[in-house]
Ligand binder design. Structure first.
Ligand code: MG
Length: 374
């Protein structure tokens, strides 16, 4: 068991200032951040994980508390370790769970999917996810240009934002996207919880006009479970949500009241990769579709793809049996920290030992956070 004793933790806080801010109904984003950890065992096995939070908070948590605790622990005590760290910093626990899972898979000579019992799917669809707004009055033209590029690259599933501008303006955006690409794509719209019931219902007439809408994401705050259940009976297209819900138990009210058609958990907002998989499995038990939310970095998205590959299909329909995972197509250097790339809107699930792909350490060094507050 000595082989599994944790010897070293390296942390890599990464920061990137965007050339031009972009955003959603929550406002513009001026930067992207990513926090990677590397756990090394006494025998030289290495596992990587990713966490999300304000970088100074994560860095201090690791330095003062988590790293001193982890060194000397045994990787095979994964559940106990994660439970301990959850009590200090839930989001750090998620990254640690990835790194420990990676190490165990490598030690067993298995891919992550093999460790989890095998993949149902070797290929996972991904959808191009846009932050549609900029501060410019020409934001809609910029959005259309970005969509044009993604469609050119082979994406057929797209998600755009609504809810930051008046309904009439957002409607023109949706109509322009549908007019230009509607015959080639399927489209989701995401309100980021910006409406109330009345404002959300304004969309329903328009949503009936095309048959290629994927879903309406978070039109209203996710804790309005009754309102969601009512909207779901009225909405002409599926309702989706739950990217900030932190574990399976918090999904229960939404599941029990059939308030959504599609749940969208995020690996890094959960208490770990195992907790995330529990949520997906529970979604299936309640007969819901599961389309994981991912936003920050490439590694957490890869874990979402592994989990999706190991999830039983929701449907027997050929070609439509597994739900897509979100793929950030905005300016973000952390998207390419892994060599994994979609082709024609699909990702081939890596089958090598552990995560099965290399992490670009040169790129990590190029984007290390300089320690200044932001
Ligand atoms: Mg969303």
């Amino acid at each position: 068991m000595n082989d599994f004793i944790i010897e070293k933790i390296d942390t890599y806080p990464l920061f990137y200032k965007l050339k031009e801010p972009y955003g959603d109904a929550n406002g513009p984003k001026k930067f992207r951040e990513c926090f990677l950890i590397r756990i090394t065992t006494r025998s030289g096995l290495v596992g990587w994980g990713e966490c999300v939070d304000w970088l100074p908070a994560l860095q201090l948590s690791f330095e003062k508390r988590i790293t001193p605790y982890l060194v000397g622990q045994t990787v095979t005590d994964r559940e106990l370790i994660i439970r301990q760290v959850q009590g200090w910093h839930q989001r750090a626990a998620s990254g640690i769970s990835m790194a420990l899972t990676d190490i165990l898979a490598q030690a067993a000579g298995l891919s992550i999917c093999e460790l989890w019992g095998g993949a149902h799917q070797g290929v996972i669809p991904v959808y191009a996810s846009f932050q549609s707004y900029t501060d410019s009055p020409q934001w809609m033209d910029t959005s259309l240009q970005r969509i044009d590029k993604a469609v050119d690259e082979g994406f057929t599933l797209l998600k755009i934002k609504v809810g930051a501008r008046p309904f009439k303006e957002d409607r023109v955006h949706v109509e322009r996207v549908q007019g230009a690409y509607g015959d080639r794509i399927q489209l989701a719209i995401d309100g980021n919880q910006s409406y109330d019931v009345g404002a959300a219902k304004q969309w329903f007439q328009l949503l009936q006009e095309w048959d290629n809408f994927l879903w309406f994401e978070e039109p209203i705050p996710t804790d309005r479970v009754h309102d969601y259940a009512m909207l779901r009976t009225l909405s002409p297209i599926p309702l989706a949500g739950g990217e900030n819900v932190v574990d399976a138990t918090k999904f229960i009210p939404l599941l029990r009241q059939s308030a959504l058609d599609i749940i969208q958990p995020d690996v890094m907002h959960h208490k770990g990769i195992d907790a995330f998989r529990t949520t997906l499995a529970m979604g299936r038990e309640f007969g819901m579709r599961c389309s994981p939310h991912t936003y920050d970095g490439a590694l957490s998205r890869l874990y979402a793809i592994f989990a999706q590959a190991c999830l039983a299909p929701w449907s027997k329909m050929q070609g439509d049996s597994i739900e897509p995972v979100e793929w950030d197509v905005m300016e973000n250097p952390f998207t390419s920290l892994l060599s994994l790339k979609p082709e024609r809107g699909q990702v081939t699930v890596p089958t090598g030992r552990g995560i099965g792909v290399e992490i670009d350490e040169e790129k990590i060094r190029a984007h290390l956070w300089d320690g200044s507050l932001y």
